[in-house]
Design a protein around this ligand. Structure first.
Ligand code: ATP
Ligand code: FE
Length: 337
């Protein structure tokens, strides 16, 4: 079975072709236009998707060496995401499925970030059910109990900023370009994580909060640059290491609590922040010290990509979970709904 998958929830236009659970191609067009604005501009994202979608789908088919007539189904991201962006992928998928007279499969983007672990050529073997999924991305921060492919329960989530936003907004305060997460990761490797202590938020249970951290970084930088205008440039590595350390402490504390509460020691992370090298080493450490089993998708399946939409498409295809032409994009779309 060949499945074409389309992802357009935010600022990456992506198309993938899967043969069952195997990825034949996964093309991602990242929109560079947003860099100059320091964040994603929804209207520009939507327009760029319109320009990219046809060439990206063509490339995915060409790379997979598949003709569109060979496709068995089309999977697409229905939500959550930016409405204008979702509409482009949704309408494209619907019209192509109609034209080819093949089934349509709708996919929840956040469930796809979790199920990316089941892509056949992923580095590691997939986690066994039940496991804890932690989605750490630009728009979400959730701990999810995954009982089955399609049985997921959100145990906790952020009450304000997502962890990716915490990285990006902190980076912006330091004058780094968008998206700043990967840059903080890069500089943090050269710095001292204990150089500047930042307070951790006090949030009960498995929910997260990151907006207070952003504020304390802002005040800290204002105070220090008053004393020394070159403070940020001179201490970039140490600031990045300290910010990243605090963020990782927050994530690891909540994971520990989730493991204590559920007794589940299999942890599978997903979302763009899963690309962070610090979280990767903290999880490896937890494997050794706490006996956890941890799973991290390949880098290209962490950030937004259509391959993860395709794997969910394949899983739904095998269960006959199709949708019809009346389907509409959904900007707010909860996991497990
Ligand atoms: P969502 O999936 O919630 O809709 P999104 O699709 O915008 O959000 P992703 O593409 O999954 O998010 O992830 C993007 C985020 O990941 C950005 O905030 C980016 O800074 C962050 N990120 C990417 N690489 C790293 C890294 N190495 N370290 C820290 N953060 C990173
Ligand atoms: Fe995403």
């Amino acid at each position: 079975k060949y499945i074409l998958a389309i992802e357009s929830s935010c600022d990456d236009t992506s198309a993938a072709v899967l043969s069952n659970a195997k990825v034949l191609s996964n093309v991602v067009a990242t929109q560079e236009i947003h860099k100059q604005y320091g964040g994603v501009v929804p209207e520009l994202a939507s327009r760029a998707h319109q320009q990219n979608i046809v060439p990206v789908v063509h490339q995915a088919l060409a790379k997979a060496n598949i003709d569109k007539k060979q496709l068995s189904a089309i999977a697409f991201t229905r939500g959550p995401g930016l409405m204008g962006s979702l509409l482009v992928g949704t309408s494209f998928a619907k019209s192509l499925a109609l034209g080819l007279d093949i089934p349509l499969i709708e996919v929840n983007h956040m469930e796809a970030h979790i199920l990316a672990h089941f892509i056949e050529d992923a580095d590691q073997t997939a986690p066994k059910f039940p496991f804890l999924g932690m989605t750490i991305s630009g728009g979400h921060t959730q701990i999810v109990k995954v009982t089955d492919y399609f049985t997921m329960e959100v145990l906790g989530e952020t009450l304000d900023d997502a962890v990716g936003e915490a990285f990006d907004k902190s980076a912006k305060l330091m004058g780094l370009p968008y998206p700043g997460g990967p840059l903080i990761d890069k500089y943090a490797k050269l710095g001292n994580p204990k150089a500047f202590p930042f307070p951790k938020p006090k949030v009960d249970g498995l929910n997260f909060s990151f907006s207070g951290l952003k504020t304390s970084i802002l005040y800290f930088l204002q105070r220090e640059t008053q004393k020394n205008p070159n403070f940020v440039e001179e201490h970039m590595n140490d600031i990045c290491a300290s910010v990243q350390y605090t963020i990782l402490e927050i994530l690891m504390d909540k994971l520990q609590l989730a493991v204590d509460q559920t007794g589940i020691k299999q942890i599978a992370i997903g979302g763009g922040v899963a690309a962070n090298s610090g979280i990767r080493s903290r999880l490896r450490e937890a494997e050794e010290k706490l006996g956890w089993q941890t799973f991290i998708p390949k880098f290209e399946y962490c950030t937004d990509n259509a391959a993860m939409i395709g794997i969910v498409g394949y899983l739904k295809f095998t269960k006959g979970k199709f949708t019809d032409q009346s389907i509409a994009a959904k900007a707010r779309y909860a996991i497990g709904s």
